[in-house]
Design a protein around this ligand. Structure first.
Ligand SMILES: [Zn+2]
Length: 469
């Protein structure tokens, strides 16, 4: 029986590899999901069979924002520690994408080269987590945060929490769960955990903002219904929270950023306290949200028993994930592309931009495809007002350019924002209007990012994403 299954596994792997090669040859993109679908049709539960062959097991990373960056940080750290990661790096984070990624890392017989060094690092869509946790039998499951995102797909924040809770409760006690102590919706999952929990948090109060932002969700205690009170808010509803009704509060952190030093155009400097000791970390990214991503990644590394030197080396060697945050030089301008995904994420991006020196050249893209979210009303939850008086160039593009321009106009940032619906014309115009040697911020939603990235890659001579790494 198992010999037959072995043969069928090999057959499924071979078929899927052919599909991937064909898909790439025909220019369908990276071939990241299709082979997974095909393989699952040939041998159901192929992902389970392949994941069981990973010598170091798997890590799952989920949450609304930051999972791609966190997974990439974990991958770099794992590499620095001598593991050979198997990682769904192009962000194909449903089961078929994870299956495709496992297949790609194996040979024609479905075996991994150096299986004893293999660690699966999988970014997992929020709604896919329950299925992935069963299919992949992970060692560590990490949760970043829980925000309102793509309401069309998942409904309310509470429904995602309702999906996660039973998934966490069903994890065997041998699994370590990594939780963001500063996000009450994530921290509360600890109640359901049967195994060990590692909490991470920021404790440097100098990072706090004055008030809860528009995008704050999950501010009400699920036990007693009272609104949380905050002694410090770091972004959105993330901060030092306590329920005045029943006394539930932010748990003590195991991995803590005790000092965060942000300076323009410099890597972030963090002082960390962890069970593996205290150490400093240099993080070549901007924004407090990336401090949280680094904390999540460090926590995963601590759970895996990775030595401190490898953690520091891995994090310092980081370059941002495809499209999420990327700098490249195009026609003598430094183009900084940052994905706009939802109100909380975009508020953090704007905060980081407004902290940089000098007038800003800004190009926003707003599309309304399914992957962007069909309902664009979320832009009214974003605090564009923080850019007031800072814009040298303000251009709105994408299929919903007019909605974006209206929002920017109400934010009273500067003179009326210009509208240029067509992606290529908008990029051309923004590059032409940005003085040579200066920086242009391009802030697209997901589908616009794919198009923007393709154009910039052509103009700046960079390979498409599936050829990277
Ligand atoms: Zn309460």
């Amino acid at each position: 029986m198992s010999a037959i299954l072995g043969l069928r596994t090999a057959a499924a792997v071979t078929t899927a590899k052919l599909v991937a090669a064909l898909s790439r040859r025909l220019g369908f993109g990276g071939g990241t999901a299709l082979p997974g679908l095909v393989a699952d049709a040939v041998v159901p539960r192929l992902a389970t069979r392949l994941a069981a062959r990973l010598g170091h097991g798997s890590v799952l990373i989920t949450g609304t924002n930051g999972k791609t960056t966190t997974a990439r940080l974990v991958r770099n750290v794992a590499q620095a520690a001598g593991y050979r990661p198997v990682h769904n790096h192009s962000g194909s984070n449903l089961m078929r994408g994870i299956t495709a990624c496992l297949i790609e890392a194996t040979d024609a017989r479905g075996q991994f080269p150096q299986p004893e060094r293999r660690l699966g690092i999988f970014e997992v869509d929020e709604a896919t987590l329950p299925e992935a946790a069963v299919a992949l039998s992970p060692r560590v499951v990490a949760f970043t945060n829980l925000f309102r995102d793509q309401l069309d797909r998942y409904g309310e924040v509470d429904s995602v929490a309702a999906l996660w809770r039973p998934a966490v409760a069903s994890l065997p006690p041998t699994i370590t769960v990594v939780l963001n102590a500063d996000d009450p919706g994530v921290a509360g999952l600890a109640d359901a955990c049967r195994g060990s929990v590692l909490f991470y948090a920021v404790s440097d109060i100098s990072c706090a903002v004055d008030q809860i932002e528009h995008a704050a969700d999950a501010r009400w205690c699920p036990s007693c219904g009272r609104e949380y009170s905050y002694s410090a808010v770091f972004y959105g509803h993330v901060g030092q929270w306590v329920c005045p009704g029943c006394g539930r509060g932010r748990p003590a952190a195991d991995i803590e950023a005790t000092r965060v030093k942000q300076s323009p155009d410099q890597p972030l400097r963090l002082a960390l306290a962890t069970p593996s000791g205290q150490f400093d970390l240099s993080l070549p990214l901007m924004g407090l949200y990336n401090v949280y991503n680094a904390l999540a990644a460090v926590s995963v590394a601590v759970a895996l028993g990775v030595p401190v030197d490898a953690i520091r080396e891995g994090v310092a060697s980081f370059t941002a994930a495809f499209g999420r945050q990327e700098r490249m030089t195009v026609r003598g301008r430094e183009v900084h592309t940052i994905l706009a995904k939802n109100p909380a994420g975009l508020n953090q991006v704007l905060r980081a931009i407004s902290a940089e020196e000098g007038p800003k050249n800004l190009l926003f893209f707003l599309n309304d495809d399914i992957a962007d979210g069909r309902d664009v009303s979320w832009i009214w939850d974003v605090d564009f007002e923080m850019l007031a008086g800072q814009a040298a160039l303000l251009l709105a593009s994408g299929r919903r350019a007019a909605d974006m321009a209206l929002r920017l106009k109400y934010a009273d940032i500067d003179a009326d924002p210009a509208i240029e619906e067509d992606t290529e014309s908008a990029l051309e115009k923004a590059l032409a209007l940005t003085p040579e040697g200066e920086r242009l911020y391009v802030i697209p939603t997901y589908t616009a990012m794919l198009h923007v990235r393709k154009l910039l890659a052509r103009w700046g001579q960079r390979p498409p994403f599936w050829e990277e790494g």
